[in-house]
Design a protein around this ligand. Sequence first.
Ligand code: PEP
Length: 255
Amino acid sequence: MRRPLIAGNWKMNLTREQSRNLATAIAMDANTSRADVVLCPPAIYLETVLETARSIRTVGNEFGIGAQNVYDKPNGAFTGEISTAMLEDLGIGYVILGHSERRQFMHESDDVVNAKLNTVLASSLTPIVCVGETLEEREAGRTLEVVGRQFEGAFAGVSEGLASRAILAYEPVWAIGTGKTATPEQAQEVHHDLRKLAVLRYNSALGDSLRILYGGSVKADNAAELLSQADIDGALVGGASLQADTFLRIIAAAR
Ligand code: PEP
């Protein structure tokens, strides 16, 4: 059985105090009996959020802290970047890779995502690899082609043993931060296709155990229906993860 995971991507939002307050409220009340929970604050607040959470509960896989990005080189003259070793040093457990905003604004290609995925899988961090099509691509009937290319690109050269540690997130670009959610049927269809791709690329054991999260305007009132779909194993939540009560309701909606 795949255990649901609800991750909050705080993006470039909040002050240190707000981060501490939000982490406190979620760490106090998040019920992890049915779902893993991950908070992904801005890099500069990772330590604050981690220490805050640790003062309230055990931090690990079930209640984890994640980075929104990482670099693919181990160390050196890469101004502004952070490494997997630095994240491990803090005690960070997860990292988001290939988010559409990084693909769009920081021009991250499938090759870049692949390099980062290889680096992350060589560390103890668990990657959450994002794929998703634009509205134009969906309207042109290219959804499967696009997410398939992103999936194959990210996992090129990645062995089955390492790939089995990854989490996938389907995030249609047209649904991110727009208030437009994919219908549960639309999301389920793509999740099912992605699982089939994982079976084809690896094998049915990996495909069956691969956790595929949905992201794109997940809110407290649409989470239960999305999460009830057979191939939706959790949510990657942006805007709605910035308010404790809303995020806690999404966690509570997990199967
Ligand atoms: C995201 O950025 O991963 C996301 C899904 O954002 P939102 O929930 O705001 O659409």
